[in-house]
Design a protein around this ligand. Structure first.
Ligand SMILES: [Fe+2]
Length: 617
């Protein structure tokens, strides 16, 4: 009777012996900057399973189940032989990395351990090998460089990350550092208008970044260019336990194309909330800033706060009506990384109610060219009597319309959306009650929102009624289609079997089904907003708004019902939209294609909806 346990023990010893022979190596072990490629090689894996996996650890001594990401060894073509290699770029987290390989089989899948998308998370019971440590050596200059306007028109703010607390400087010149160097602390000052400046950040003892450049703001210019979107997030080159946003790669790719195409014209970025989706995992902020750096080190990167930067049960302002609106979407960040990693104009500030730093970058405004841009916070108090309300009122009332004939307001949660999500209905009602009168009274031209992860453009609207001009009837657009893929395009209604998708109301002029971004171009005569789809980099919708107040948009055949849209006249440029792409047949076709592509992406070719959840967790 004792033989069986002894037999098992022997098996176990044999297994242990064979496991100890597994080798793993990482090359190089010394890295210079984010994006450097490491290659992890292994050999002697006995009886390889297609679920055997490679874990990334930073710090390198993290517990087994604290991996920041993983890749299956089966992604290496030779995995069945027990040997293979995986190469991937890694981000400088100002902490070293180690790599471990584990044996894992389908019978060990624990359904209780899964990621946001309900993929099982890999088991850590059978460590096969652990690599040496890979180190980011110091001396290669700051990373995650990003620009922003300050309150002074001839300044540019440069922000960056270093692994120590020591001082760095910015050297700015017309020709590049060393040719015309100037030290100026953390911002370019006294910049000439509309000129390309070259800059580097760092120090002689700690190393310098590579040379970057930007074109300074030009208040005299008659052309304003901006790229605007919400809800983009970031992408990691490995699977992880929290949802990331692979579409963010395409969004940045096309915007970089557009920035390079405009040459020496000035432009800026507007990312209106739900920025990195780090939700408390700081390494994802590092990924985000590394990913956007090619764009954000060239043009100012402006933001407003979203629920995923902030919301938490103990947030200081949480009125009764917002009980379901404000949940746990911030993952405990409570606006702290948002407030420290960005430094926007203005001096808005709300106490966190704790020892954590105050929440900043909540509401501010600036002019570029012919447009006055206003950024607001839907996550903190905006109702009548609040400091934010007072700011918005005073700001909108004091715009010099002869200098900036157009006013664009941006915030995270939409005032209008036909996704009609129930959770945010009280929020929409409060925005309509308190903010819409300010917008209409002060002739806001355009209101841009995120949060709903699709593009939707409305007629010039006031209190759900379409007008013919933006004077008193701002054009609203939802632009949260830059990366996050959570919601179905429009809310399915299981209890409406004959009309299962929330119908497109007459005031909704275009609902897009593709990821993408918007581009705004304005002169003193005309503001044009276009929607570019990530799937082809082409324009799929456009609205033109004249300084006279007239609003032009795609012609009436774009309507889902084929009928006229109240108060909207045909665009003389609608041929451009018509000729631009396969989606030109209109919103209905775009909607169907979007539906199909969304479903295919999610479910292979199975056309079914992902159920709507009341809250992202
Ligand atoms: Fe959101």
């Amino acid at each position: 009777m004792m033989k069986l346990p002894l037999f098992l023990l022997l098996i176990s010893l044999v297994t242990q012996t064979s496991l100890s022979e597994v080798t793993i190596s990482v090359t190089p072990t010394t890295l210079q900057k984010s994006g450097d490629i490491v290659t992890i090689s292994w050999s002697n894996v006995d009886s390889p399973s297609k679920l055997d996996w490679l874990g990334l650890y930073s710090p390198p001594d993290s517990p087994h189940d604290h991996f920041i990401g993983y890749k299956f060894l089966s992604s290496s073509p030779s995995w069945k032989s027990g040997s293979g290699s995986i190469s991937l770029p890694i981000t400088n987290l100002r902490s070293n990395y180690s790599f471990r390989i584990f044996h894992w089989t389908e019978s060990e899948i624990n359904p209780k351990l899964h990621d946001h998308d309900h993929n099982p998370l890999p088991g850590t019971a059978h460590l096969l090998a652990e690599s040496d440590v890979a180190v980011f050596e110091p001396g290669h200059g700051p990373e995650q460089i990003h620009l922003a306007y300050t309150d002074v028109e001839d300044e540019m703010r440069v922000m960056f990350v270093v692994g120590d607390g020591e001082e760095r400087s910015v050297e700015v010149g017309r020709e590049g550092r060393g040719v015309e160097p100037r030290e100026c602390g953390t911002c370019g000052e006294d910049l000439k208008k509309g000129v390309r400046y070259y800059y580097q950040v760092g120090s002689d003892s700690k190393g310098w970044s590579t040379t970057r450049s930007f074109v300074s703001r030009n208040g005299d210019s008659d052309e304003t260019i901006a790229f605007l979107f919400g809800d983009m997030g970031t992408s990691t080159p490995y699977a992880t336990f929290i949802r990331t946003q692979d579409e963010s790669i395409a969004t940045m790719k096309w915007i970089l194309r557009d920035i390079e195409a405009i040459g020496d014209k000035h432009a800026f970025i507007s990312h209106i909330g739900d920025i990195s989706y780090a939700r408390g995992y700081s390494w994802l902020w590092d990924h985000f800033f590394t990913q956007v750096e090619p764009v954000a080190s060239k043009v100012p990167y402006h933001v407003c706060i979203g629920n995923h930067e902030y919301d938490w049960p103990l947030q200081p302002w949480k009125p009764d009506w917002a009980y379901a609106v404000y949940g746990t979407d911030g993952g405990g960040e409570c606006g702290v990384p948002y407030s420290l990693k960005f430094n926007m104009p203005g001096n808005s500030s709300e106490s966190t109610g704790t020892r954590a730093p105050a929440t900043r970058n909540l509401y501010y405004s600036f002019d570029t060219g012919a447009v006055h841009f206003v950024y607001i916070s839907t996550e903190t108090n905006f109702v009548s009597g609040s400091s934010q309300y007072n700011f918005i009122k005073q700001d909108l009332e004091s715009v010099n319309r002869s200098k900036t004939p157009f006013v664009v307001v941006q915030g995270h949660r939409p005032m209008y959306t036909s996704s009609n999500e129930n959770r945010d209905a009280p929020m929409r009602n409060k925005m309509l009650e308190h903010l819409e009168p300010l917008f209409t009274k002060n002739n806001v031209t355009l209101a841009l929102w995120g949060h709903v992860h699709r593009y939707e453009r409305f007629c010039p609207v006031n209190n759900f009624i379409c007008g013919s001009t933006w004077k008193g009837f701002p054009v609203h657009a939802v632009i949260g289609m830059a990366g996050q893929d959570w919601q179905p395009i429009w809310e399915p209604r299981a209890d409406h079997p004959n009309d299962p998708i929330f119908p497109q109301p007459a005031m909704s002029m275009y609902r897009g089904g593709e990821f993408g971004y918007t581009k705004l171009v304005a002169t003193k005569e005309k503001l044009t907003l276009t929607y570019v789809g990530n799937h082809d980099g082409q324009i799929h919708d456009m609205v033109e708004i004249l300084a006279s107040g007239e609003v032009l948009s795609g012609d009436d055949s774009f309507g889902v019902d084929g009928g006229a849209r109240t108060g909207v006249v045909d665009s003389t440029f609608s041929w451009y939209v018509k000729g631009a792409s396969v989606l030109v047949l209109g919103v209905f076709v775009g909607y169907i294609l979007g539906y199909a592509s969304f479903s295919m992406k999610k479910n292979g070719n199975r056309p079914s909806w992902t159920p709507v959840k009341s809250e992202e967790t």
